[in-house]
Design a protein around this ligand. Structure first.
Ligand code: HEM
Length: 193
């Protein structure tokens, strides 16, 4: 695999997630997670892997088209192009990871790292940039909608039946929701998560 700058999945030295495997299991039950979702996500990974660039173009078009979103990639409303492209590479890898990686302790630990990278506790540090210091919580949750809804057309591009597409889409929705829940941890007062 090519080296992706700042991509630290599985690296030693990451802080352990404050969310336990037991917490994760209960969260999975709460988002109606099943064994089939696991298999459907693997299938989605196969379908999406050669479309990652197109998905990224769409996402960056969406972010770039909204001043209130692109501002987080820079300072004083000037987006930092190097920052945008460094994050783009890690985002591409994330699309594969959310589909293909087991949701184990390493997964939890890297979700905690990504959580901090959106939050003021660690934003900008990975790329050494001077940008807006924190992504507001409200947009973290709101993003579940575009990240979910825009994936369907990509899932439907490889000739799978409507039912298969629907199953992969539902699994993606659950996985994104689960992921974003783990990313909100740093925003929540102690004992309230
Ligand atoms: C970083 C996905 C919400 C802006 C990242 C990364 C991923 C990602 C995969 C790179 C993680 C890594 O370092 O390995 C998502 C998803 C979101 C979400 C799935 C919600 C469903 C947002 C929102 C914004 C945003 C609402 C604001 C426009 C950024 C920025 C970084 C980043 C600026 C770089 C953070 C840093 O300095 O390290 N995001 N993101 N993200 N995202 Fe998000």
């Amino acid at each position: 695999m090519e080296h992706i700058k700042g991509y630290d999945y599985g690296k030693s030295g990451l802080e352990s997630s404050p969310i336990s495997m037991e917490d994760l299991s209960l969260l999975k039950q709460t988002v109606l997670w099943s064994e089939e979702d696991q298999a459907n996500l693997q299938k989605a990974g196969e379908i999406l892997k050669d479309q990652v660039n197109d998905i990224l173009d769409l996402r960056y078009g969406f972010v770039g088209g909204h001043a209130h979103l692109v501002r987080y990639f820079g300072k004083n409303d000037n987006p930092n192009m190097e920052y945008l492209s460094a994050v783009r590479a890690r985002f591409g890898q994330w699309i594969l990871d959310i589909c293909q990686k087991p949701y184990d302790q390493s997964w939890l630990d890297y979700q905690h790292e990504i959580a901090k990278r959106h939050h003021k506790s660690k934003k900008n540090q990975t790329d050494g940039v001077d940008a807006v210091p924190n992504i507001h919580y409200r947009y973290m949750v709101a993003f579940i909608v575009p990240i979910t809804m825009t994936i369907k057309s990509f899932l439907a591009k490889k000739g799978n039946s409507q039912e298969e597409v629907e199953n992969m889409y539902n699994a993606w929705f659950k996985a994104v929701t689960l992921t974003v829940i783990t990313w909100t941890y740093p925003y929540i007062n102690e004992g309230e998560f």
